[in-house]
Write a protein that binds this ligand. Structure first.
Ligand code: ARG
Length: 206
């Protein structure tokens, strides 16, 4: 093998299911409908550090692990929860985010569904192939409808087709943000005018 001046940059083909804001979602404002989000930033940053370029392949969530197994994609990055079942099939990276499931309910059951234990016998919806769907399928006497994406489960919930939607809670809260009217923007904190303070200190020393 001999080195070439313009060695082709390694491309890693990454599958994702981009209806999962804030982790991976389509930027409606961009002309080419680019996929953005926490996971995308993360895998791009790893690529930059390790010298590979990321090529994204949007697909259905329940198709990601099969696609890894057949080699259609090199990796899947999609807010995938590490489970024992999945560990039998694929290798997982180190964990990078701690999430968990959340429940959003339709107003009509607000007096009866106060906690997860009250979900018994209700109409539930979730995203196909997810840990939320797995959880919902085990709720006693409940019926489960699965959708290709979480937003579709929210539409069904709003239409009253199901009583509760079960998906990852960061995705729930991103979706609910407008509703909750409790947005608290985070920012880094620093002294009001650090430069002025330092400047002043220097001056008094001199
Ligand atoms: N964390 C859940 C799971 O692994 C849901 C992930 C869904 N991800 C997505 N991009 N839609 O089952």
């Amino acid at each position: 093998m001999h080195a070439s001046a313009a060695a082709a940059e390694q491309v890693v083909n990454v599958g994702t299911e981009p209806a999962f804001a804030p982790f991976e979602y389509v930027n409606d404002k961009s002309k080419d409908k680019e996929i953005i989000g926490f996971d995308i930033d993360m895998i791009n940053a790893i690529g930059q550090k390790e010298g590979f370029k990321v090529k994204l392949y949007p697909m259905q969530f329940d198709g990601l692990i099969p696609a890894v197994l057949t080699g259609t994609i090199d990796a899947a990055v999609a807010g995938i929860t590490i489970t024992d079942e999945r560990k039998k099939k694929v290798d997982f990276s180190d964990p990078y985010y701690k999430a968990g499931l959340g429940i959003i309910i339709n107003d009509k059951v607000k007096d009866t569904v106060k906690s997860a234990a009250d979900l018994k016998g209700h109409k539930l919806c979730s995203q196909i192939g997810t840990s939320g769907a797995m959880y919902a399928s085990k709720v006693e006497g409940a019926t489960l409808t699965t959708f290709n994406t979480p937003p579709e489960s929210y539409i069904e919930l709003q239409n009253g087709g199901c009583d509760a939607a079960i998906n990852d809670y960061p995705v729930h809260s991103y979706f609910m943000e407008g509703d909750l009217k409790a947005q608290e923007p985070y920012a880094a904190a620093r002294p009001p005018d650090l430069r002025a303070v330092r400047h002043h200190a220097l001056k008094t020393e001199a």
